[in-house]
Design a protein around this ligand. Structure first.
Ligand code: NAD
Ligand SMILES: O=C(O)C(=O)C[C@@H](O)[C@H](O)[C@H](O)COP(=O)(O)O
Ligand code: ZN
Length: 359
């Protein structure tokens, strides 16, 4: 097992990465400081992994809340069902919430933990590649709103992250690729050697080579942990983790949550950002081609949905959380391996990029 650390002084926490961690009672016992434990999961993951987690929690007063499966259920209404259950069972403020699932469950569970009685402890047990390399680390929690992605939420750090790589064996290929989109992001924004490693080893990742997957997960988590430690509340460099997301979130919201997987929307959004970076003279044509090529190699889409018009992009990008005074700001690439901080985009260039891609 590999142990990394998110260094937030007295709120620092470990990221455990390895196989068969779900069954390790001692790991959980280190971080569950209550008799009451509620496990939040969904209808797909619970039949696969809930019993293993429950066996590791023998002796605790255990409750479970099972959410329907899908991005479209990442809503206040379904977080409310977690509150309903906790109150019906009279769970105290010292209870522990365990999020067993992908990013949807992790974001919802973390947000529920942030709000219930003004905050209870929670543990991330990420079960998708995307959640293991990104969403379980860093404390962004929340839900979607019909008018915008992740528009309701809180920064709320977990007690620990338990990334059991064994659970990835049941992850569908499309979901594996979606997680690779966020892995590629780290290479593009701050770790060029990692990007080049990914270019050389993509087939190993897609074939789920254990060593390649473990390395990609560890290096991704290390990248994210460093950024979060430097800028937990996204006043600066943490915004670079949002590369491709201004466009990507607009797509997810615009076509309907769940139509595109988050990682797929991020892949498309990153190609938008690359095009805009080229228009600014920051990226060369060869750089833009390399970015598109690696996403294609990861079996990710690079062509946006035809349904999205330029006006629709602008409308949806105008509520993005990086914006200031209503002005759209996006993360671009100054070079491969070096992201900019949020850039106030020249509306003409933005429209050119959108027209170049939009349906
Ligand atoms: N908080 C953050 O920092 C952060 C970072 C990135 C993404 N996100 C959010 O994460 C969400 C996307 O997360 P995701 O890509 O994990 O999607 P997801 O949570 O929807 O899970 C993907 C699918 O895989 C299934 N699944 C999960 N684990 C499985 C397993 N081990 N075996 C078989 N099936 C499994 C799920 O039931 C679901 O159908 C988005 O809402 C995005 O906004 C948050
Ligand atoms: O942790 C971050 O910061 C990120 O931006 C990680 C992203 O991959 C993730 O999708 C995040 O939820 C997007 O942040 P948001 O603030 O735009 O919702
Ligand atoms: Zn993301």
């Amino acid at each position: 097992m590999k142990e990394l650390r998110v260094d937030l002084k007295d709120r620092s926490y470990p990221i455990y990465i390895g196989a068969s961690l779900l069954q390790q009672q001692d790991l959980l016992a280190r971080h569950v400081h209550s008799k009451q434990v509620v496990i939040v999961s969904n209808e797909t993951i619970a039949p696969l992994y809930l019993s293993a987690l429950q066996r590791a929690l023998i002796g605790y007063q255990q409750e479970t809340v099972i959410i329907p499966d899908g991005e479209q259920y990442k809503t206040l209404e379904y977080v409310g069902k977690i509150f309903d259950h906790l109150l019906e069972k009279k769970f105290s403020r010292n209870a522990t919430l365990i999020a067993l699932g992908g990013g949807v469950i992790g974001d919802m569970g973390g947000f529920a933990a942030a709000c219930y009685q003004r905050g209870i402890a929670f543990i991330q047990v990420p079960t998708t590649l995307l959640a293991q390399v990104d969403s379980s680390v860093g404390g962004k929690t929340g839900v979607n709103h019909p008018l915008g992605k992740n528009m309701i939420g809180a920064f709320y750090q977990p007690q620990c992250v338990i990334a059991d790589t064994g659970v990835l064996k049941t992850l569908p290929d499309r979901q594996l690729s979606a997680g690779i989109a966020e892995v590629i992001k780290y290479g593009l924004i701050r770790d060029l050697p990692f990007f080049e490693w990914l270019e050389r080893n993509m087939s190993l990742l897609l074939n789920r080579d254990d060593d390649a997957l473990a390395y990609a997960i560890e290096r991704s988590c290390q990248n994210k942990a460093e950024v979060v430690a430097e800028d937990e509340y996204e006043s600066g460099v943490r915004a670079t983790l949002n590369l491709g997301h201004t466009f990507g979130h607009a797509i997810e919201t615009g076509v309907g949550y769940g139509q595109y997987l988050h990682g797929e929307a991020v892949a498309i959004g990153t190609c938008f950002a690359a095009d805009l970076s080229h228009r600014l003279g920051w990226l060369g044509e060869a750089d833009v081609a390399r970015i598109s090529a690696i996403f294609k190699a990861a079996a990710l889409p690079v062509i946006p949905p035809k349904a999205m018009t330029v006006d629709r992009y602008i409308d949806l990008m105008s509520v993005d959380k990086k914006n200031v005074d209503g002005k759209i700001r996006v993360i671009l690439l100054e070079a491969l391996g070096k992201a900019s901080l949020p850039v106030n985009v020249d509306p003409t260039l933005l429209e050119q990029t959108l027209e170049n891609y939009a349906g």
